[in-house]
Design a protein around this ligand. Sequence first.
Ligand code: SAM
Ligand code: 2KA
Ligand code: SF4
Ligand code: MG
Length: 207
Amino acid sequence: MKQDIPEDGTLLPLMEEFYTIQGEGFNTGKAAYFIRLGGCDVGCHWCDVKESWDADMHPLTPADVIVENADQFPGKAVVITGGEPLIYNLDYLTNKLKERGILTFIETSGAYPLSGNWDWICLSPKKFKAPRPDITPFAHELKVIVFNKSDFKWAEEYAAMVSPTCKLYLQPEWSKSKEITPLIIDYVMANPKWEISLQTHKFLNIP
Ligand SMILES: C[S@@+](CC[C@H](N)C(=O)[O-])C[C@H]1O[C@@H](n2cnc3c(N)ncnc32)[C@H](O)[C@@H]1O
Ligand SMILES: Nc1nc2[nH]cc(C(=O)O)c2c(=O)[nH]1
Ligand code: SF4
Ligand SMILES: [Mg+2]
């Protein structure tokens, strides 16, 4: 049966929550509490959390409980990810986190309307369901996953749409990284506005 999810963001389908180290992008190396919300229809064939896609598989959880859980840890930063977290209205959750002085970071494909109060927005655009153009000026970080050579062109299209201060990352798709990482290395050396991002948590064997 389909869960009735209230539109005010007070109940959210929570797949998992864990305290770890941000493995990717600009905030790599920083302790953070990860909140993984279920539900995504973007359909990346290489997605590394396909178990997140069906929102009905994940229990509706009060946002207040999630905030309380996040506040138990010394690293006062959360990464809200998924699934696609922007399917939900994240105003309530992020305002409650910020009331407690917790920094709010999001990992999003940008395919749904931007909601929430964010300290850091990582936009990772997908060809399978492109971002809404209105999110691009708000991205602090653009992180493009490179699965094949055509993704460099896709990355440049988005680099032209984000703000001039937005950090630019190319991240190898995990299953192809042996083949793709050398191409990213060459690309970054030739186009140094880009940096390479690796999924360091997978090398560290941490969540
Ligand atoms: C699982 S997604 C969830 C958040 C959101 N749906 C998104 O795609 O940005 C979290 C991050 O992992 C990246 N990612 C997912 N699968 C990957 C893979 N196989 N290799 C490298 N990065 C991957 C995504 O691009 C995104 O930046
Ligand atoms: N350590 C760690 N860092 C991450 N950065 C983005 C992740 C995600 O799945 O959104 C992720 C994740 O799953 N684990
Ligand atoms: S948008 Fe994110 S969660 Fe959804 S399929 Fe793609 S990588 Fe996975
Ligand atoms: Mg991940």
